[in-house]
Write a protein that binds this ligand. Structure first.
Ligand code: GLN
Length: 474
């Protein structure tokens, strides 16, 4: 069976019409997952995939199938699946087993999806390359000397390698969209609060959001429809009336924050591709309008204050006493220091220190307080912009996938990879990354991504424009 170009939609039709069994599909995916093990996309391939396939087949045979029944999906290693190890790719939680299903896991399970395995990621989702994983880097299937992006690099790479038909990741500052861009797949960061965060390992709770990877915009929408909606276990999740509101008209006007997009450090090939992509959208009937959004440029600074602040508080629970990695010291304080010093990697420790600093008395107002104020300005300016335009376009990332090791010793240059994605999380709005062509480098074709941003709850606008954009790319 050739599943290289098989979409979720097509697989669904084949399963329903019995042209293929769930087991056949699962076996084909498992074979690819085995054959591409060297990518290190999966940290673990689950041993019960065939049993899950049986359950899904039964649903189909009994006429209870949903769009996701029998569809093999990959799960990022920070999403809880009851009874399974979930480590956030950290030594700290290397042997930790989930005691319950995450909200998104529950929804996928009820819909009959098949969990193929858990995928590699940057430790506790902190990073943009999967290089901070305690379990080795993931390789980009388009060029194995390059990173797949991150932090959800394993999910993006597994999908790009056809070792699943869809995948889940989490996105705090770009961790779904940037790896989607680097791996040539679609990735969606939903509106904050439209998908349950129950059972996700928290990085920065006010910014974290789970979302789908898929080969097409249509497939992305299928997964989103399955996982979205209110969850009583997550008090920040919105009521279904808000999540499902339908009044958004089909987008027509695309806003482009030109100054921001032309910022220093953006690869000229990315800019050229971006201009071409906009031209294509004009031909498809869209109006492209230049807008000025100066606060976007402060998104990164705001993010690298708010995010570490929340990280420092969220990760305080991992003290080596209650659960997770433990190292013995001479007394309790030393226990803490050794357990946390040895259990967490460099990047995680850096962020805990930064966050503790910006929250400390005497610095709180200067850093955290001001970052919150700029966050409000950014939200306000975006809301103003959305009065004039239906969606906003930027490249997803300033460069194509970089080489393994190229940025890992220079955190600041790594942070710059998030410049276009973080403002979206700061504002809580949804955004999608869609493949928009390739650049050639050292004989490899490296994918690029186009980002569309919409107002709160207007995922439907992203899907509508995204499908039109896909047509222009054919
Ligand atoms: N790359 C960003 C960071 O390092 C985003 C991470 C994320 O979205 N989880 O923080």
């Amino acid at each position: 069976m050739d599943i290289k170009n098989l979409t979720i939609k097509e697989a669904h039709e084949m399963l329903i019409s019995k042209k293929m069994s769930v087991l056949e599909l699962a076996e084909a995916v498992l074979k690819i997952a085995e054959d591409t093990k060297d990518l290190n996309a999966y940290l673990e391939i689950f041993d019960d995939v065939r049993a899950q396939a049986e359950v899904a087949q039964k649903m189909i045979d009994e006429g209870r199938a949903t769009m996701m029944t029998g569809i093999p999906v990959a799960m990022k290693d920070n999403i809880l699946i009851k009874g399974r190890i979930v480590s956030a790719s950290s030594k700290m939680l290397e042997n930790y087993r989930a005691t319950y299903d995450a909200g998104v896991t529950k929804k996928l399970r009820e819909a009959g999806a098949i969990f193929v395995g858990r995928t590699n990621m940057d430790e506790f989702a902190m990073g943009g390359s999967t290089e901070t994983s305690a379990f080795g880097v993931t390789k980009n299937p388009h060029d194995i000397t390059r990173v797949p992006g991150g932090s959800s690099g394993g999910s993006a790479a597994a999908l790009a390698a056809n070792a699943c038909l869809g995948a889940l990741g989490t996105d705090t500052g770009g961790s779904i969209r940037q790896p989607a861009s680097f791996c040539g797949v679609v990735g969606l960061k939903p509106t904050y609060g439209s998908v349950s965060r129950s059972g996700l390992m928290a990085m920065a709770s006010s910014l974290d959001q789970a979302g789908p990877f898929a080969k097409t915009v249509e497939d992305t929408e299928i997964i989103f429809d399955c996982i979205k909606g209110h969850d009583p276990m997550d008090s920040t999740s919105y009521p279904d009336e808000l999540v499902n509101q339908k009044e958004f008209k089909k987008p027509k006007v695309i806003g482009v924050p030109v100054d921001f997009v032309r910022a220093k450090g953006v690869d000229p090939r990315v800019l050229k591709n971006f201009e071409e992509s906009l031209e294509a959208m004009k031909k498809a009937g869209y109006e492209v309008k230049e807008i000025s959004l100066p606060t976007l440029a402060h998104g990164l600074s705001v993010y690298y204050i708010l995010m570490p602040a929340e990280v420092s508080s969220n990760l305080a629970r991992l003290d080596g006493v209650r659960y997770g990695y433990h190292a013995d010291g001479a007394n309790l304080l030393e226990d803490y220091m050794k357990s946390r010093g040895e259990g967490f990697g460099r990047e995680v420790r850096r962020r805990i220190l930064l966050g503790t600093y910006v929250l400390s008395s005497g610095y709180y107002d200067a850093y955290y307080g001001r970052a919150r104020a700029v966050q409000e300005m950014l939200k306000r300016d975006l809301a103003e912009a959305f009065k004039e335009v239906d969606i906003i376009a930027t490249p997803t990332a300033p460069t194509p996938a970089f080489k393994i090791g190229e940025k890992s010793s220079d955190p600041l240059s790594m942070y710059l990879a998030d410049i276009f994605t973080v403002p979206v999380n700061i504002a809580g709005v949804p955004a999608i990354s869609i493949p928009c062509g390739f650049v050639e480098e050292d004989g490899s074709k490296l994918p690029l991504g186009m980002q569309f941003i919409a107002p709160h709850f207007a995922e439907s606008s992203l899907f509508a424009a995204g499908k039109d954009f896909e047509e222009t790319q054919k």
